[in-house]
Write a protein that binds this ligand. Structure first.
Ligand SMILES: Cc1ncc(COP(=O)(O)O)c(C=O)c1O
Length: 274
């Protein structure tokens, strides 16, 4: 399948980027992952808007979203696009000197798709010993510097869990490596506020909008262990119930509130750009 790089569709073998690209050298870039079903990207406008916010958060030049939207359409029209695909949009600072300072080269723009793997109906998560810094310059910014997530996910997989969950420096729940976390406490559906340092997940926003009574509230980490229901949200998962946290079984997965979130999502997700 061809991908799109800096203005043209190319074969993957021809998708060449400078070894001096600041995205490669120091992870100076931003990205989005969208779900594409039968050639139609889901929630593309929200994803592109977040990409622009991430670029601003990193101090990158404004992204030409119209150009990127057209690039996405070109990739989604490729005849060998899988029926269910994950689409990745990456923007980096472009070629630069070898240090942390940026160059003045043009940004690197890259759009590619791959088959979307299916998630298990429920999953186990573990908490990791490294906090997210909710006061850091990159809190909530979707940068290509994901090595912290790579390490945390490897930690989870070593413990036979599918996702790693971070606390923040205040000891409150933050997010997963590639997901937001919702818990049910006293019958109330709660997810951490953005001030906890989590990404403003597109799926998180949709659940907050679509599930009546869902609220943003700080969740102290011990409350994760005591929650009657826990679920993850992400573009590729939608809503995924969690059946175990740190080896402790969660009471029900999916429980009734999680089921409501799943149902609301399925019922309304048919609109491709909510
Ligand atoms: C760190 C992090 N948090 C949360 C999410 C979920 O966001 P979304 O629902 O927009 O996919 C992701 C998505 O990959 C992520 O990388």
């Amino acid at each position: 399948m061809r991908c799109w790089l800096n203005g043209a569709l190319v074969d993957p073998a021809q998708a060449l980027v400078s070894a001096y690209d600041h995205g490669l050298v120091v992870g100076d870039g931003v990205f989005e992952t969208c779900k594409v079903v039968d050639g139609v990207p889901f929630a593309l406008t929200r994803h592109l808007q977040r990409l622009q916010r991430s670029a601003r958060g990193l101090g990158l030049a404004e992204v030409d979203l119209d150009a990127l939207r057209a690039a996405v359409a070109e990739v989604c029209a490729e005849p060998d696009l899988p029926a269910a695909a994950r689409l990745r949009v990456t923007v980096t600072a472009g070629p630069a000197p070898l240090g942390s300072g940026r160059g003045d080269g043009p940004a690197t723009l890259f759009v590619a798709a791959a088959p979307l793997a299916e998630w298990a109906p429920t999953c186990a998560v573990v908490t990791v010993p490294w906090p997210r810094n909710e006061r850091g310059a990159l809190a909530g910014v979707k940068t290509t510097s994901y090595a912290e997530n790579v390490v945390a996910l490897a930690y989870a997989r070593e413990r036979e869990a599918a996702e790693a969950v971070f606390a923040n420096t205040a000891g409150n729940l933050c997010e997963g490596t590639g997901s937001n976390v919702f818990v049910v406490r006293d019958g109330l559906l709660v997810t951490p506020p953005l001030s906890a340092g989590c990404l403003a997940g597109v799926t998180r926003d949709l659940v907050l909008e679509w599930v009546e009574g869902a609220v943003e509230e700080d969740v102290p980490m011990p409350a994760l262990a005591d929650a009657t229901e826990v679920f993850l949200t992400s573009t590729t998962r939608d809503v995924q119930p969690v059946h175990a946290v740190d080896g402790r079984q969660v009471a029900t997965a999916p429980g009734p509130v999680t089921r409501r979130a799943m149902d609301a999502f399925v019922a309304r997700a048919a609109a491709p750009d909510p």
